[in-house]
Design a protein around this ligand. Sequence first.
Ligand code: NCD
Length: 366
Amino acid sequence: MSQLHDRGISGLEWPAFVDLSIQEKAALLMAEGREFHVLLAQQFNRNRLEVLGNLATAIRRIAKSEAGMKFLGSMLAHRRAMLYFTQPSTRTFLSFCAACQILGIQIGEVRDTATSSECKGETQEDSVRTFSSYFDVIIMRSKIGGLAERMAWVLSQSERPVPIINAGSGKDQHPTQALLDIYTLQRSFEKRDGIDSKKIMFVGDLARGRTVRSLSYLLTNYSNVKLYFVAPEPLQIGEDVLAMLKEAGTECEVRYDFDALIPEVDAIYMTRIQDEWDSEQGASTKIDTSKYKFAVRHLDIMKPDAVIMHPLPRRDEISTDVDHDPRAVYWRQMRNGMWVRAALISSIFRRDSEILRYHEEHFSLS
Ligand code: NCD
């Protein structure tokens, strides 16, 4: 890792780092003008989102041919990634695997602490230091909010300060999901002047859905966007997100009239009820969510060029009969995750210029 460093956080004691505001942390994490650790959605400004989106598109195009795949596979064949996923995951885990494989990175995994020495009482700090001895990047998901931050700091004090990528922490942050959501919006509105001035409605469990929180932060980078938060009262968006949007000057409204809003908006971002966070088993089933589901009849009242998104997994909040409609982009959104994550990893390891050069040479006419 000789040429890669997290110069930003290594000079701080833990209490000083953890007490910084999110903006201060984000600034520190981007001290080099690009990410080393990926911990918070707030790290990414509009320029960075565009750069990563363009890189994802270059990788997506290059990957279409055998020669292109060979080129991509040679980019990071000397690197290894650890996937430390102690919270359930299908898409995020597999898309990170696939992204690593595209770039030639070999992977190791721990998906259950019952099979690691954490069940013998080893701390997460020691686990992560162990991973950093064998691997060049640690991609981690945990139900503990802030754990990725803590681990990034722990490694910054060690002799192997490898990058940490937060693949979902607690109820709070899911920065790489937000990146793929932004990329999906960028692509969906490519011919409609991009994300600026679009109306985006979030629906479902907004109180506990980390994807909504992280994407809301990223949307403050765009001008004139308007966000609508639509959920049953107990699952409404947190005051902290509303305060953050207000501070950023991003217009938003808390609403309860899902059907009435559908014809107004450009993107409908559905989410599932996150009942794994219920304080008492079954508590969420007492909440009436019936008015907040997307049914086939809603397709008729949607704008013809609006999109329906979902971070997935879904339950019954979107009828499967909606899947065939071209405005249902959630499967494409999921595949975008693989390209964006490959872009992010190639950028962390500074292979971005080489990839863009290859793209320029082979696709300059397209
Ligand atoms: C989300 C998550 O884990 O926060 N899933 C994902 O990463 N695509 C959303 C969810 O679990 O509902």
